[in-house]
Design a protein around this ligand. Sequence first.
Ligand code: F6P
Length: 349
Amino acid sequence: MAKRVGILTGGGDCPGLNAVIRAVVRASDVAGWDCLGVLEGWRGLVDGLFRDLGPVQVSEILQRGGTIIGTSRTNPYKIEGGVEKLLQNARECELDALIAIGGEDTLGVAARLYREHGFPVVGVPKTIDNDLSGTDYTFGFDTAVNTATEAIDRLRSPAESRHRVMVVEVMGRHAGWIALMSGIAGGADLVLIPEQKMTVEAVCEDLRRGHARGRTFSMVVVSEGYELSHESGESQLVGQNAPTTDQFGHVLLGGVGEELGREIERRTGFEARVVVLGFIQRGGTPTPRDRILATRFGLKAAELAHNGVFGQMVALRGDDIAVVSLDEATAELKTVTPEWYAVAQAFFG
Ligand code: F6P
Protein backbone atom coordinates (compact mmCIF):
# COMPACT_ATOMS: atom_id res chain seq x y z
CA MET A 1 0.00 0.00 0.00
CA ALA A 2 1.21 3.51 -0.84
CA LYS A 3 2.37 5.66 2.04
CA ARG A 4 0.30 8.69 2.87
CA VAL A 5 1.16 12.28 3.74
CA GLY A 6 -1.36 14.73 5.16
CA ILE A 7 -1.28 18.45 4.35
CA LEU A 8 -2.74 21.07 6.63
CA THR A 9 -2.92 24.88 6.48
CA GLY A 10 -3.47 26.73 9.78
CA GLY A 11 -3.86 30.32 11.01
CA GLY A 12 -4.51 33.30 8.78
CA ASP A 13 -4.74 32.49 5.07
CA CYS A 14 -1.93 33.93 3.02
CA PRO A 15 -0.97 34.12 -0.64
CA GLY A 16 1.18 31.14 -1.61
CA LEU A 17 -0.50 28.42 0.47
CA ASN A 18 -1.88 26.77 -2.65
CA ALA A 19 1.54 26.81 -4.27
CA VAL A 20 2.93 24.76 -1.35
CA ILE A 21 0.02 22.31 -1.53
CA ARG A 22 0.55 21.87 -5.27
CA ALA A 23 4.29 21.26 -4.85
CA VAL A 24 3.80 18.68 -2.08
CA VAL A 25 1.14 16.82 -4.06
CA ARG A 26 3.12 16.81 -7.29
CA ALA A 27 6.34 15.66 -5.58
CA SER A 28 4.45 12.99 -3.63
CA ASP A 29 2.80 11.72 -6.79
CA VAL A 30 6.19 11.23 -8.40
CA ALA A 31 7.48 9.49 -5.25
CA GLY A 32 4.46 7.16 -5.15
CA TRP A 33 2.91 8.68 -2.01
CA ASP A 34 -0.79 9.48 -1.55
CA CYS A 35 -1.82 12.91 -0.23
CA LEU A 36 -4.65 13.70 2.11
CA GLY A 37 -5.82 17.27 2.62
CA VAL A 38 -6.69 17.96 6.27
CA LEU A 39 -9.47 20.55 6.14
CA GLU A 40 -9.71 23.70 8.28
CA GLY A 41 -6.31 23.54 9.97
CA TRP A 42 -5.88 21.53 13.18
CA ARG A 43 -9.67 21.40 13.47
CA GLY A 44 -9.75 18.96 10.56
CA LEU A 45 -7.48 16.53 12.35
CA VAL A 46 -9.47 16.81 15.58
CA ASP A 47 -12.86 16.44 13.85
CA GLY A 48 -11.81 14.10 11.06
CA LEU A 49 -12.32 16.39 8.05
CA PHE A 50 -10.31 15.18 5.07
CA ARG A 51 -10.16 15.34 1.31
CA ASP A 52 -8.03 13.31 -1.10
CA LEU A 53 -5.57 15.40 -3.06
CA GLY A 54 -3.99 14.35 -6.33
CA PRO A 55 -2.52 16.15 -9.33
CA VAL A 56 -6.02 16.86 -10.71
CA GLN A 57 -7.18 18.57 -7.49
CA VAL A 58 -4.12 20.80 -7.44
CA SER A 59 -4.10 21.88 -11.06
CA GLU A 60 -4.68 25.60 -11.67
CA ILE A 61 -4.12 26.59 -8.05
CA LEU A 62 -0.55 27.93 -8.21
CA GLN A 63 -1.70 31.49 -8.80
CA ARG A 64 -4.74 31.39 -6.48
CA GLY A 65 -4.73 33.16 -3.11
CA GLY A 66 -6.20 31.54 0.02
CA THR A 67 -6.09 27.79 0.57
CA ILE A 68 -8.11 25.08 -1.15
CA ILE A 69 -8.19 23.05 2.07
CA GLY A 70 -9.38 25.85 4.37
CA THR A 71 -7.82 27.09 7.56
CA SER A 72 -8.72 27.98 11.15
CA ARG A 73 -7.12 29.21 14.33
CA THR A 74 -8.03 26.01 16.18
CA ASN A 75 -5.66 25.01 18.95
CA PRO A 76 -6.10 21.29 19.75
CA TYR A 77 -4.47 21.87 23.14
CA LYS A 78 -7.37 24.18 24.05
CA ILE A 79 -10.05 21.59 23.23
CA GLU A 80 -10.91 18.93 25.76
CA GLY A 81 -9.57 15.63 24.45
CA GLY A 82 -8.43 17.50 21.31
CA VAL A 83 -4.95 16.06 21.12
CA GLU A 84 -6.15 12.48 21.72
CA LYS A 85 -8.75 12.83 18.95
CA LEU A 86 -6.16 14.29 16.64
CA LEU A 87 -3.75 11.39 17.25
CA GLN A 88 -6.52 8.84 16.84
CA ASN A 89 -7.70 10.37 13.53
CA ALA A 90 -4.13 10.45 12.24
CA ARG A 91 -3.82 6.72 13.09
CA GLU A 92 -7.17 5.86 11.50
CA CYS A 93 -6.24 7.69 8.29
CA GLU A 94 -2.92 5.84 8.33
CA LEU A 95 -0.96 9.04 7.99
CA ASP A 96 2.76 8.33 7.74
CA ALA A 97 3.59 12.03 7.79
CA LEU A 98 1.94 15.41 8.08
CA ILE A 99 3.07 18.66 6.51
CA ALA A 100 1.78 21.58 8.58
CA ILE A 101 1.88 24.94 6.82
CA GLY A 102 1.48 27.80 9.24
CA GLY A 103 2.87 30.56 11.40
CA GLU A 104 4.04 30.57 15.02
CA ASP A 105 0.76 29.17 16.37
CA THR A 106 0.21 26.31 13.92
CA LEU A 107 3.88 25.38 14.01
CA GLY A 108 3.95 25.76 17.80
CA VAL A 109 1.33 23.01 17.96
CA ALA A 110 3.37 20.94 15.48
CA ALA A 111 6.52 21.36 17.60
CA ARG A 112 4.68 20.27 20.73
CA LEU A 113 3.06 17.26 19.06
CA TYR A 114 6.46 16.14 17.84
CA ARG A 115 8.09 16.74 21.22
CA GLU A 116 5.40 15.09 23.32
CA HIS A 117 4.15 12.34 21.00
CA GLY A 118 6.82 11.86 18.35
CA PHE A 119 4.16 12.97 15.86
CA PRO A 120 5.62 12.71 12.32
CA VAL A 121 5.32 16.34 11.29
CA VAL A 122 7.25 18.71 9.03
CA GLY A 123 6.62 22.47 9.16
CA VAL A 124 6.43 25.04 6.38
CA PRO A 125 6.62 28.72 7.43
CA LYS A 126 3.87 30.98 6.13
CA THR A 127 2.62 34.37 7.23
CA ILE A 128 2.28 37.80 5.74
CA ASP A 129 3.80 39.08 9.02
CA ASN A 130 7.26 37.55 8.32
CA ASP A 131 7.72 37.11 12.08
CA LEU A 132 8.97 33.52 12.22
CA SER A 133 12.49 32.87 13.48
CA GLY A 134 14.66 30.39 11.67
CA THR A 135 13.80 31.63 8.20
CA ASP A 136 14.89 34.83 6.48
CA TYR A 137 11.48 35.16 4.85
CA THR A 138 8.07 33.53 4.95
CA PHE A 139 5.99 33.36 1.81
CA GLY A 140 2.99 35.70 1.70
CA PHE A 141 5.08 38.57 3.01
CA ASP A 142 6.27 39.73 -0.39
CA THR A 143 2.70 39.85 -1.70
CA ALA A 144 1.52 41.82 1.34
CA VAL A 145 4.38 44.30 0.99
CA ASN A 146 3.64 44.72 -2.72
CA THR A 147 -0.02 45.38 -2.01
CA ALA A 148 0.73 47.83 0.79
CA THR A 149 3.33 49.66 -1.30
CA GLU A 150 0.92 50.01 -4.19
CA ALA A 151 -1.68 51.40 -1.80
CA ILE A 152 0.79 53.94 -0.41
CA ASP A 153 1.72 54.99 -3.95
CA ARG A 154 -1.94 55.49 -4.82
CA LEU A 155 -2.69 57.38 -1.62
CA ARG A 156 0.02 59.96 -2.29
CA SER A 157 -2.00 61.92 -4.84
CA PRO A 158 -5.11 62.47 -2.68
CA ALA A 159 -2.81 63.40 0.20
CA GLU A 160 -0.77 65.78 -1.94
CA SER A 161 -3.73 67.43 -3.66
CA ARG A 162 -5.51 68.23 -0.39
CA HIS A 163 -2.38 68.82 1.73
CA ARG A 164 -3.31 66.13 4.17
CA VAL A 165 -1.56 63.72 6.47
CA MET A 166 -2.42 60.27 5.16
CA VAL A 167 -2.20 57.56 7.81
CA VAL A 168 -2.00 54.05 6.34
CA GLU A 169 -2.57 51.22 8.83
CA VAL A 170 -1.08 47.87 7.86
CA MET A 171 -1.15 44.41 9.46
CA GLY A 172 1.73 42.52 11.03
CA ARG A 173 0.58 41.85 14.58
CA HIS A 174 3.54 42.34 16.97
CA ALA A 175 6.17 42.62 14.24
CA GLY A 176 6.52 45.72 12.11
CA TRP A 177 7.96 44.10 8.98
CA ILE A 178 5.10 44.96 6.62
CA ALA A 179 5.03 48.57 7.80
CA LEU A 180 8.80 48.86 7.59
CA MET A 181 9.24 47.42 4.11
CA SER A 182 6.20 49.07 2.53
CA GLY A 183 7.16 52.31 4.27
CA ILE A 184 10.68 52.21 2.84
CA ALA A 185 9.44 51.21 -0.62
CA GLY A 186 6.61 53.76 -0.54
CA GLY A 187 8.82 56.62 0.69
CA ALA A 188 6.90 57.15 3.93
CA ASP A 189 7.66 60.25 6.02
CA LEU A 190 7.10 58.23 9.20
CA VAL A 191 6.92 54.51 9.92
CA LEU A 192 5.52 53.45 13.29
CA ILE A 193 6.06 49.89 14.44
CA PRO A 194 5.63 47.91 17.67
CA GLU A 195 9.37 47.42 18.15
CA GLN A 196 10.22 51.14 18.28
CA LYS A 197 8.55 53.43 20.76
CA MET A 198 7.72 56.84 19.34
CA THR A 199 5.34 59.02 21.31
CA VAL A 200 2.41 60.84 19.75
CA GLU A 201 4.12 64.10 20.73
CA ALA A 202 7.27 63.09 18.83
CA VAL A 203 5.20 62.02 15.83
CA CYS A 204 3.49 65.41 15.72
CA GLU A 205 6.76 67.26 16.19
CA ASP A 206 8.26 65.36 13.26
CA LEU A 207 5.30 66.20 11.05
CA ARG A 208 5.42 69.88 12.03
CA ARG A 209 9.14 69.98 11.23
CA GLY A 210 8.58 68.41 7.81
CA HIS A 211 5.82 70.86 6.95
CA ALA A 212 7.88 73.81 8.23
CA ARG A 213 10.60 72.75 5.80
CA GLY A 214 8.13 73.02 2.94
CA ARG A 215 6.45 69.62 2.70
CA THR A 216 2.77 70.14 2.00
CA PHE A 217 1.54 66.64 2.84
CA SER A 218 2.77 63.57 4.74
CA MET A 219 2.56 59.83 4.41
CA VAL A 220 2.54 57.94 7.72
CA VAL A 221 2.60 54.13 7.78
CA VAL A 222 1.52 52.60 11.07
CA SER A 223 1.62 48.95 12.00
CA GLU A 224 -1.51 47.63 13.75
CA GLY A 225 0.64 46.53 16.71
CA TYR A 226 2.19 49.98 17.31
CA GLU A 227 1.40 51.14 20.81
CA LEU A 228 -0.03 54.62 20.96
CA SER A 229 2.19 56.14 23.62
CA HIS A 230 2.45 59.56 25.23
CA GLU A 231 5.21 61.54 26.94
CA SER A 232 3.32 61.04 30.20
CA GLY A 233 4.24 57.35 29.98
CA GLU A 234 0.70 56.28 29.20
CA SER A 235 0.47 53.81 26.31
CA GLN A 236 -2.22 51.75 24.64
CA LEU A 237 -2.36 48.77 22.28
CA VAL A 238 -5.44 49.33 20.15
CA GLY A 239 -7.54 46.26 19.48
CA GLN A 240 -11.00 45.30 18.32
CA ASN A 241 -13.39 44.39 21.06
CA ALA A 242 -14.86 40.99 20.40
CA PRO A 243 -13.82 38.26 20.64
CA THR A 244 -11.11 39.48 22.97
CA THR A 245 -8.60 36.72 22.22
CA ASP A 246 -8.36 33.71 19.92
CA GLN A 247 -7.46 30.14 21.03
CA PHE A 248 -3.79 31.08 21.02
CA GLY A 249 -4.38 34.05 23.32
CA HIS A 250 -3.95 36.76 20.66
CA VAL A 251 -5.98 39.96 20.79
CA LEU A 252 -7.50 41.03 17.50
CA LEU A 253 -5.58 44.17 16.62
CA GLY A 254 -6.76 47.05 14.46
CA GLY A 255 -7.84 50.65 14.89
CA VAL A 256 -4.63 52.39 15.93
CA GLY A 257 -4.64 54.37 12.65
CA GLU A 258 -7.94 56.07 13.52
CA GLU A 259 -6.75 57.04 16.98
CA LEU A 260 -3.46 58.30 15.65
CA GLY A 261 -5.14 60.30 12.87
CA ARG A 262 -7.38 61.99 15.46
CA GLU A 263 -4.40 62.86 17.68
CA ILE A 264 -2.45 64.29 14.73
CA GLU A 265 -5.35 66.51 13.66
CA ARG A 266 -6.03 67.71 17.19
CA ARG A 267 -2.41 68.48 18.03
CA THR A 268 -1.05 69.84 14.73
CA GLY A 269 -4.11 71.25 13.00
CA PHE A 270 -3.12 69.32 9.84
CA GLU A 271 -6.04 67.56 8.27
CA ALA A 272 -5.58 63.79 8.55
CA ARG A 273 -7.18 60.88 6.72
CA VAL A 274 -6.87 57.22 7.65
CA VAL A 275 -6.88 54.14 5.43
CA VAL A 276 -6.85 50.66 6.97
CA LEU A 277 -5.60 48.14 4.43
CA GLY A 278 -6.78 45.12 6.46
CA PHE A 279 -7.42 41.89 4.60
CA ILE A 280 -6.59 43.39 1.22
CA GLN A 281 -3.01 42.58 2.24
CA ARG A 282 -3.83 38.90 2.66
CA GLY A 283 -5.97 38.46 -0.42
CA GLY A 284 -5.33 38.00 -4.09
CA THR A 285 -2.77 36.32 -6.22
CA PRO A 286 0.73 35.71 -4.82
CA THR A 287 3.68 37.56 -6.36
CA PRO A 288 6.09 35.47 -8.48
CA ARG A 289 8.60 35.63 -5.62
CA ASP A 290 6.07 34.14 -3.18
CA ARG A 291 4.99 31.47 -5.67
CA ILE A 292 8.59 30.44 -6.16
CA LEU A 293 9.45 30.43 -2.44
CA ALA A 294 6.28 28.48 -1.61
CA THR A 295 7.05 25.98 -4.36
CA ARG A 296 10.62 25.45 -3.12
CA PHE A 297 9.36 25.06 0.47
CA GLY A 298 6.77 22.52 -0.68
CA LEU A 299 9.28 20.40 -2.57
CA LYS A 300 11.70 20.37 0.37
CA ALA A 301 8.96 19.57 2.89
CA ALA A 302 7.80 16.66 0.74
CA GLU A 303 11.36 15.37 0.54
CA LEU A 304 11.72 15.49 4.35
CA ALA A 305 8.36 13.79 4.88
CA HIS A 306 9.16 11.03 2.38
CA ASN A 307 12.52 10.46 4.06
CA GLY A 308 11.07 10.36 7.56
CA VAL A 309 12.82 13.52 8.79
CA PHE A 310 10.37 14.99 11.31
CA GLY A 311 10.21 17.78 13.89
CA GLN A 312 11.81 20.11 11.35
CA MET A 313 10.76 23.20 9.44
CA VAL A 314 11.92 24.18 5.98
CA ALA A 315 13.42 27.66 5.84
CA LEU A 316 15.06 30.22 3.61
CA ARG A 317 18.64 31.10 4.49
CA GLY A 318 20.12 33.56 2.05
CA ASP A 319 19.08 32.11 -1.27
CA ASP A 320 19.11 28.49 -0.10
CA ILE A 321 16.39 26.27 1.28
CA ALA A 322 17.51 25.05 4.70
CA VAL A 323 16.08 22.93 7.51
CA VAL A 324 15.71 24.06 11.15
CA SER A 325 14.10 22.38 14.13
CA LEU A 326 10.49 23.35 14.85
CA ASP A 327 11.52 24.11 18.41
CA GLU A 328 14.10 26.63 17.27
CA ALA A 329 11.75 28.15 14.70
CA THR A 330 8.96 28.75 17.21
CA ALA A 331 11.02 29.73 20.25
CA GLU A 332 10.67 33.47 19.69
CA LEU A 333 9.22 35.97 17.26
CA LYS A 334 11.46 37.57 14.68
CA THR A 335 11.01 41.29 15.10
CA VAL A 336 12.39 44.35 13.33
CA THR A 337 15.98 45.15 14.30
CA PRO A 338 17.20 48.72 15.00
CA GLU A 339 19.46 48.42 11.93
CA TRP A 340 16.49 47.76 9.69
CA TYR A 341 14.44 50.53 11.30
CA ALA A 342 17.29 52.99 10.69
CA VAL A 343 16.75 52.57 6.93
CA ALA A 344 13.21 53.97 7.24
CA GLN A 345 14.26 56.51 9.86
CA ALA A 346 16.80 58.09 7.51
CA PHE A 347 13.84 59.61 5.64
CA PHE A 348 11.76 60.86 8.58
CA GLY A 349 11.06 64.52 9.29
O1 F6P B 1 -1.05 36.77 11.16
C1 F6P B 1 -1.58 37.30 10.01
C2 F6P B 1 -2.61 38.36 10.31
O2 F6P B 1 -3.11 38.87 9.08
C3 F6P B 1 -2.13 39.50 11.20
O3 F6P B 1 -1.36 40.44 10.50
C4 F6P B 1 -3.43 40.01 11.74
O4 F6P B 1 -3.27 40.67 12.98
C5 F6P B 1 -4.23 38.74 11.94
O5 F6P B 1 -3.69 37.80 11.03
C6 F6P B 1 -5.72 38.85 11.71
O6 F6P B 1 -6.28 37.64 12.07
P1 F6P B 1 -7.70 37.09 11.62
O7 F6P B 1 -7.59 36.66 10.20
O8 F6P B 1 -7.93 35.94 12.53
O9 F6P B 1 -8.66 38.21 11.78
